[in-house]
Write a protein that binds this ligand. Sequence first.
Ligand SMILES: Cc1ncc(COP(=O)(O)O)c(C=O)c1O
Length: 419
Amino acid sequence: MALQTFKGDRHQPQGYIRTHPYLNAPNTMPIDLPLARSLTPGCEHVVHFNNAGSSLMPRPVLDAVKEHLDLEARIGGYEAAALATLKWERAYDAIATMLNCTREEVALMENASRAWEQAFHAVPLKSGDRILTSHAEYVSNWLAFLLVKERTGCSVELVPDDEHGQIDLEALRTMLDERVKLVAITHVPSSNGLINPVEEIGAIIRGSNALYLLDACQSAGQLPLDVERIGCDMLSATGRKFLRGPRGTGFLYVRKSALEKLDPVFIEHQSATWESLDHFAWRPDARRFETWEKSYANVIGLAEAVAHALHWGLDNIAERVQGLAADLRSQLGELPGVTVHDLGLRKSGIVTFTVQGKDAMHIMERLSEQRINVTVARKEIARLDFEHRGLEQVVRASTHYFNSQEEVERFVKTVEGMR
Ligand SMILES: Cc1ncc(COP(=O)(O)O)c(C=O)c1O
């Protein structure tokens, strides 16, 4: 592949070379389904409706990871990382391009939970401070709120839902005061189908005292994400879900102006420089939240995965994912005994449902026998949302752009046969 110099790109430090044409030329055409499927080896083996769990890697991602592992085995891990600097450095550029930020505002992580925790625990909180969040917040985020509430005496408050089940914007506006230090929102919750109105939330928070932390774990790779439009200060995401990267990857965005408001919890020689025996200085960029050791093969795979998503175009991906999910929802909803439980004015690629008289695990296992992948969301990991709605467990099916209408139909027929 020819090397390309990127001119006039504000994300690039001078002289930096990107190595991938995808980053220069996003696809403006609708997604070429046969091509997308032929680039996805897993399509030959399974009907994959577990993209919100971990998606199927496309061939270029798989090849990039394998190639680097081979190189490590051949010449040594440190030597391979040095030789492949452009390839793994490209991860920062690809993510910055996707988020509309600078590469200095990106830190690489091993998953979304670490990314979110690094940001959250760095927010200085004390007794009397308030955290605002919603019923859609992810289980681990809520656990962290409970921990910090116990340790600091800050309060954690739920903004009510509106009539569509998403965060009530007027209630948020009313609840916001100078004691609110953090608004933490999950963009696409893992088990209720909605897409939170994150730009509107950002517009309300702007100008207040609060930092805005967005959990974009399920939205990265599924929806366009522009941190300027959203207005968030921090954003966390994972690689293996809708981005179709390798497992064990994730990233954190930290707005440059938010860096100085945060106190990172951990320190090591990637995050700071040891200036003299008694002094250190934090790195000036978001990499102060990183650790030095990482899986370079995975990082290279993540770079490839983000480039792949950018190539198809996130608007195109969103349209296809939501279109397939809407079909799945409406076809399932027509089956007697099947109830779709999704919320939201705008819905994501996550479809949740129950079948009368059938255990969700049973449905998942029966689908798996037909090589159809889904997962189950249980109350134990979604208490905030499920207790509120009186739900115990639901089957979760999640579509991606490489899924086909035939797969949707096969899925619905299989569920129909189980009632
Ligand atoms: C909304 C949301 N946030 C965070 C996470 C945690 O991501 P990870 O498993 O990469 O740490 C998940 C995982 O399912 C999720 O759905």
